[in-house]
Design a protein around this ligand. Structure first.
Ligand code: HMG
Ligand code: MG
Length: 314
């Protein structure tokens, strides 16, 4: 029997429609965003970050979140699918708009670094927690699952190194106000596997392993190794972005999240269930990359894509 223990099932929260698209400078048609979400759901995604109810002055690309959710809810082919739609909400105004739009999971977001929090949401970490209190109250009243995203848990573009305990301390403060799930984020993709073990262990010790999710950007090519490190601790929820799209507007040089296709290929290869159809994800990844004029950069995606195409030609 293998000594290496990993979960038998993993849930992927698809963040492509939000984290993947938010950084695109050219406006993307709402219809393309809806089509992207639809294809992801048809590939088996059941937790989908579809929107951000943030200031349109700060992130113009996310201004049509309510229309994206309305469009998805109107599609007859998705009526039978049980999908939990999530959205970023920086404050009460965003939360009210997201509830109105019919979102099921709210994501408040702060950071393990003061400097990044200031650049991203224009306040200190302590002020952000204060701002989230009424959001958490509304979440409770509406039975909305509340996640808390902790950026820069493994390094900050402004501050540099971030102490191992920083994310855990923020997680505890978020838990105090009612956050239920903790998205530990490597915003600029600088972390490496042993550091992931330490940081995730510290967070899990405070808030419970089952409540921790990993959110890895792949800037330095470390994301799969980092996911494996977290899997070995027992983490079983990860965020990923179709085609590896994305980046954070307030973290210069940060590239996209780990590609969903790459994670699914790795997990399925390890015998871990995801409920996802890799071929359909690859078709979606190739399509959305082309639609927004980007090369298709998912490594597993490109390999599967060329295999699918050679089978069609044979
Ligand atoms: P502010 O300027 O300090 O706030 O921004 P304000 O309260 O003074 O509001 C300024 C204007 O924004 C006002 O409008 C408000 O009404 C409006 P005006 O009177 O000037 O016309 N406003 C809003 N409009 C729509 N929806 C709202 C909203 N709130 C205020 N919710 C604020 C503070 C937090 C609003 C701003 O900094 C903001 O929206 N930041 C969002 C930044 C963002 O979206 N970053 C990217 C997502 S985070 C990320 O990618 C990291 C993650 O992936 C994890 C990781 O990888 O690390 C999650
Ligand atoms: Mg991110």
């Amino acid at each position: 029997m293998s000594m290496i223990k990993v979960p038998t099932q993993v849930t992927l929260v698809e963040v492509g429609p939000r984290d993947g698209l938010q950084n695109e400078k050219t406006p993307i048609a709402t219809s393309i965003k809806i089509d992207l979400c639809k294809q992801l759901i048809e590939a088996g995604i059941h937790r989908l970050e579809a929107a951000a109810f943030v200031s349109p002055k700060w992130v113009p690309q996310m201004a049509d979140g309510a229309d994206v959710l309305a469009g998805l809810k109107a599609l007859p082919e998705l009526q039978q699918r049980k999908v939990s739609y999530s959205a970023l909400v920086p404050n009460l105004k965003g939360m009210e708009a997201a509830i109105e739009a019919g979102m099921q999971e709210a994501v408040v977001f702060t950071a393990a670094s003061e400097a990044f929090t200031q650049k991203n949401i224009n306040c200190t970490i302590a002020e952000s927690i204060e701002r989230f209190k009424p959001v958490a109250e509304l979440a409770r009243a509406h039975n909305i699952h509340l996640r808390g995203s902790i950026s820069c848990a493994l390094g900050c573009p402004y501050q540099g190194d971030v102490a191992v305990q920083s994310a855990a301390e923020v997680a505890l403060r978020l838990q105090d106000i009612g956050v239920q799930e903790f998205d530990v984020a490597d915003t600029i993709g600088v972390g490496t596997a042993l550091q992931v073990g330490q940081v995730f262990e510290a967070v899990a010790y405070r808030v419970g392993l089952q409540n921790v999710a990993g959110h890895f950007h792949d800037t330095y090519g470390q994301a799969l190794a980092n996911i494996l490190a977290a899997l070995q601790l027992g983490v079983s929820t990860f965020h990923s972005s179709i085609a590896g799209l994305g980046g954070c507007p307030y973290a210069k040089g940060a590239t996209g999240n780990v590609a969903t296709e790459d994670v699914v290929y790795m997990l399925h290869g390890m015998g871990i269930e995801t409920g996802l159809d890799l071929n359909r994800l690859v078709q979606t990844g190739a399509w959305i990359s082309g639609s927004i004029g980007k090369p298709y950069i998912s490594r597993a995606g490109r390999a599967v894509w060329s295999k699918l195409n050679s089978e069609v030609q044979a």
